[in-house]
Design a binder for this molecule. Sequence first.
Ligand code: FMN
Length: 680
Amino acid sequence: MKLKTILFITSFAPVIVFKVIARVGDATLAQAKVATVVGLILAGIQFILSARLIKHTTYLEKTFLGFLGFGTVWVYLTPVHVSSLFVDHSTTLLYFALFLATFIPQLFGYDPFTYAIAKQMTPETVWNTPHFRTINLHLTYFWSMIFFVNFFSSWLGHGRPLFSILIPLVIILGIGLPVVKIYPKYYLKRQFSSQPIDPSLIPGTAKELILRMPMGFHPEAAGDLKAEIQFDLSGEGGVKGVLSISEGKCSFLEGQTSSPTLTIHSPAHVWLKIARQEINRAQALMDGLYEVGGDMNLLMKMGDLFRLPTKAKEEDLTQKGGKKMKILAIQGSPRPKTSNTDILLQEFLNGAQSQGAETETVYLKEKEIHSCVGCYTCWAKTPGACVFKDDMPELLEKVKACDILVYATPLYNFNVTALVKAFQERLLPLLDPHLIKTGEAYRHPQRYAVNRKMVLISTCGFPEVSHFDGLRQVFRHLEQNGGVPIVGELLVPGGELLKQQGMQENVQGVLRTAHRAGIEVIKEGRVTKETEMEIQKPLIPPDDLAEMANLWWDGHLEGITQGKPVQGKVEDMRLLLRGMAATFNSQAAGDLKATVQFEVTGKQAGDWFLSIEKGKCTYQEGKASSPDLTIKTPSEVWLAIANKEMDGQQAFMEGKYTATGDMSLLIRMRSLFGAKKSQN
Ligand SMILES: Cc1cc2nc3c(=O)[nH]c(=O)nc-3n(C[C@H](O)[C@H](O)[C@H](O)COP(=O)(O)O)c2cc1C
């Protein structure tokens, strides 16, 4: 236990000892005389200890010392009939002394009664805040009321225990202490109840949050304020940097300043929670979750100085003055109609349409878009108009008119495709050439008022989501430069699986998520972080994908797969069986232990087997020693069944393939393969 707490508890000892001695037996004047002296000595010791050990004393200690000193003088120096009054009414007088101690000091500009006690409970950095003072002032007056009621009760009850001890104790414990606990939180919540925000628009890290603060800067609230706020946000996603406010502008620079107006030291996750309004900024400070130094008033003003993204109203999003929300999707795959990315895009658009949005997909491959030649004619000679009269001028009008601009691009060389790149470069006429500082960097402002948002949809070949890092970074720059917020990112690694036969069970989950994203963007103004995370999960574990991809390429290189790859069709037995192992449904298998042997004849003859054990399925080449089920099939038959060109059951009846061993295993095969999306 802390020394401060011990001294707080012992501060009650002098009056308790006084009351115990004075009450023993008949409470004679002689006993009362001893009691006051003992109490006074104890109160003196308590006072000296506090002053020496923790360098400050509380009003409680002063009150008890004063009360016992006054009582000692009273019982020793006054005539018997007067001094016995103190003995009879000591409790009533004690309540009165406490009432005076809680009522008087602040009237003369001294600290309120609860101040010293509250200081022992809160970090030093908050003591200077105006709110700390106000809360204490309110609580002090509250206590003076309680002590006055207790004084009154004790007085009317002529010192009888019910009125002088029981009722006051009930009031103190039942009302006083709970209010002390609840009131600060209530007060701070009321003072700092900010406008409702959309937490999904808050960036994912504290660093991004701070970097974007200049964009939400509110110059009118700042007036002629000149200040530097030093942030020291530690831990994952943290940053050390300075927000400078001067002449109605705000900018951010990473690093440290020598004399900040306000310094904020906080774990990065705490600051993020504050921004998301999951915890109250002032309350978190009182609770010591973060620390500040310098101008506390500036800290309290921060909610006015910086605006957070507000929750958009549903009706504003689905309809704008009776008009439907317009979504323009720019589809940038060079194979537009067989595109993996398009599968996602169309599902996303379906979701949005279900909420009343109007959608249009522009397949860039079908458009004539000259690449930008950097002549700057659209900036210098014919502002807003490009020299090329291809399909782009019409597209510029569509971009200007839309509410949500969706970029759907496969990942090419860790970026957008050349088609998208050409399109984006040709958006130059929409920008104004001047360099204007917004936040920490210079940018080109928009030539026309912009109220649109952006969504990014992409698929890539590799299995890890990290391959999108570069693309995401590029879009962050586009977001900041154009001031067009990104309200959704649907990134699907291992995108080639989206069309793969045998994966459809898993793919359905991805499509449902894309659909949900479309609904969210209209209903809630953005795709939720949960949906974004969900869709990024690999369809099958990365190692399985890599092995299957290598088999696929080998199938082509070895001539097993003839001609141009047919989208989604499995043409290689090895790939088919490896895919079965990858989509193995461990839940359906339970504790099954079995081996299924494939003896394949025909075009792609060979022996392969699948071993199932401990909820896992492995694919191997060769013959298993004692398989539970053996399937003998020409490769053409089994592949046709997998590609849904032949009915499996009928083929079996017609003797196109045979099965020997555990036939129940054959029946279970449909449920054993086709697992849900893997969790990583
Ligand atoms: C020229 C080219 C470059 C590619 N670059 C990457 C890449 O950098 N990273 C990656 O994971 N996949 C890459 N891929 C694979 C595609 O992103 C992937 O197959 C995607 O799903 C194709 O989408 P689409 O069907 O919509 O065109 C590339 C493919 C091509 C043809």
